[in-house]
Design a protein around this ligand. Sequence first.
Ligand SMILES: Nc1ncnc2c1ncn2[C@@H]1O[C@H](COP(=O)(O)OP(=O)(O)OP(=O)(O)O)[C@@H](O)[C@H]1O
Length: 411
Amino acid sequence: MKSYLVGGAVRDRLLGLPPGDRDFVVVGETPESMLAAGFRPVGRDFPVFLHPDTGEEYALARTERKSAPGHRGFVVHADPSVTLDQDLARRDFTINAIAEDADGDVVDPLGGVRDIEARVLRHVGPAFVEDPLRVLRAARFMARLAPLGFEVAPETMALMRQMAAGGELDTLVAERVWQELSKALSAAQPSAFLRTLREADALRAVLPEVDALYGVPQRAEYHPEVDTGIHQELVSDMAARLAPGDTVVGFAALTHDLGKARTPAHELPRHVGHEQAGLAPLRALCERLKVPLEHRDLALVACREHLNVHRLRELRDTTVHDLLVRCDAFRKPGRIAKLALVCEADKRGRLGLEDEPYPQAAQLRRMHAAALSIQARDLAREGLEGPAIGDALRKARVAAIRAARGATADA
Ligand SMILES: Nc1ncnc2c1ncn2[C@@H]1O[C@H](COP(=O)(O)OP(=O)(O)OP(=O)(O)O)[C@@H](O)[C@H]1O
């Protein structure tokens, strides 16, 4: 059987990045011959099989023809006559269209190696425009590759702009958009995702709530970067630095200030009440993209509470307790550490303030741990019952928060 390693695995090896999943393309076979060789079929859409021993994906070489709008309207043609070069030519970017045979020899008819060396993300051919998802893929590859010096080729950007202007991005289903967004958030530089989409005039179509923050001014004494859109980029990159790969933290960091787009013009550059104002657009975004619950819940908490965490040192002990209750921090204890990371990213995601200390993060974690260490069952053991337990629990937790505040101040 003639098979080649293709796609991300070859690209990442040539870039010296850690290897991810390995995908193979198979030439000269049929579904029947694959099954006879012990491969197991995957899904219905594409002729893809799993290797009986390694579980790795082997896809029959294929060509595709566009038959309807959107990313679904493809007729796939996979028979033994399809060549490796034909399969590579249907791919999105030259750096993703490099194959490697079993001896480690590289097959590169589209100049992917040259583009890797030149740090260029370039489309393979004119069929690029047939799948609007590729605009988002370009942006998420940039979130990963921009720190390595990559840029989108001007002719590729021109096609992306054309695709965005044609309105085809509206046909993308929520799951695909979320998949690309979450991959971007788990990369080193999520801001490159936003910048690339903006340059293609495509951010408005997929994330209008996020796009709306560009050009909205903020007070320069707190935000030397001034533009709220630039702030959300800096915060997203800071979150990726503080919590690498954590898309729950990353999504909350990206969306914590959405309310600032709703400030009436006569109140600018102040944004009084933007925490509450951000909840509605955030909910709309989460519903539209079917954002997973854990992501949505932390984002809502961070949107609502980030200013409270910033001024933690001024809050009364009872107020800190109520903040923890609002965050559901006694039933979902992992949430507070993530909230602290989002708030730290917010504070340090400002031009020139990247290395400012943020003692509130440790203080919040310490207060939470102290309050969490007191449980209702401990009080029940002391003979308390009914509503008395609730009152005693609150008092004991508030006292624990007070003690932890002192401990933090002494530390
Ligand atoms: N929408 C698409 N249009 C054209 N080619 C695609 C598309 N999606 C995937 N491919 C091809 O399939 C390969 C595997 O896709 P996949 O989404 O797994 O990305 P990848 O390149 O392996 O990167 P990563 O593993 O970082 O997500 C790509 O490298 C590309 O060659």
